[in-house]
Design a protein around this ligand. Structure first.
Ligand code: KIV
Length: 273
């Protein structure tokens, strides 16, 4: 049992997550894309680390998640895996590596598992990718689903606004959540939908529902690390709580360093050989 000051030694598996849902313990999840950050999150006791394709935005500076490649995701995921002892690591299958056909989806998922040593993959979409999900799961690879606002489909949506406010889309979302559960997903991320709808889905399905901008009635929460640490200050949706202002902290430290170098204060007698 972990408390605010102690981290449980128990390694987190998909089975542990389902036990957490069964006993009403909320699941914590954050993104990470590199060794150093992953080490901090793992030792702090985060349950799930997502090597998200948001790496395309926060690490590579792209406007969308679409450009990131499978090779780039594998690079990020293997760096994260080397740092982690306890958390379950889930890796996003990037855009264009699973939507077409279920053999290609399986091939992409196998590459991630073989080349990174991580524990599961995440895929965006509902009924339309259920066959690919089944194919991947039958190869022994755990799959996390992702519904609601699915950023890989931004060109179809045209906006990052809240999804499933209308009845037809809400019905499709509920039906997709059941389809993903039937297909064998061990959990589903639901992004940016009304809180009551996400809460209803969390009640209806047995697998954990992890929300982002989906309110507090779900089984866990995920945020993008750079957003919650205040490294990336350009993105401030209503659902985002900032736990630090690292942009300012790092900027101030950098300015201090520049000033010390320019003035000759750094290095001093004790900082040289
Ligand atoms: O890529 C990502 O960071 C994600 C989260 C927003 C859930 O998919």
């Amino acid at each position: 049992m972990s408390t605010a000051n102690s981290v449980s030694e128990k390694v987190i598996t998909t089975h542990v997550l389902s036990e957490m849902k069964a006993r009403g313990e909320k699941i914590s999840m954050l993104t990470a894309y590199d060794y150093s950050m992953a080490k901090i999150l793992d030792s702090a006791g985060i349950d799930v680390i997502l090597v998200g394709d948001s790496a395309s935005n926060v690490m590579a500076g792209n406007i969308t998640t679409l450009p990131i490649t499978l090779d780039q995701m594998i690079y990020h995921a293997s760096s994260v895996q080397k740092a982690v002892n306890r958390s379950l690591i889930v890796v996003d299958l990037p855009f264009g590596t699973y939507q077409g056909d279920s053999r290609e989806a399986l091939h992409s998922a196998i590459r991630i598992m073989k080349e990174t040593g991580c524990g599961a993959v995440k895929m965006e979409g509902g009924e339309e990718i259920a066959d690919s999900i089944k194919n991947i799961i039958s190869a022994g690879i755990p799959v996390m689903g992702h519904l609601g606002l699915t950023p890989q489909s931004i060109n179809k949506f045209g906006t990052y606004a809240v999804r499933a406010k209308e009845e037809a889309e809400a019905k499709k979302l509920i039906s997709d959540a059941h389809k993903l559960e039937e297909a064998g997903c061990f959990a589903i991320v639901i992004e940016k939908v009304p809180a009551t709808l996400a809460g209803q889905i969390a009640k209806e399905v047995k697998i954990p529902i992890i929300g982002i901008g989906a309110g507090g009635y779900v089984d866990g929460q995920v945020l993008v690390l750079h957003d919650m640490l205040g490294i990336n200050k350009e993105f401030s949706p209503r659902f985002l709580r900032r736990y630090a202002d690292l942009f300012t902290t790092i900027s101030d430290a950098t300015k201090h360093y520049i000033s010390d170098v320019k003035s000759g204060d750094f290095p001093n007698e004790n900082e040289q050989y």
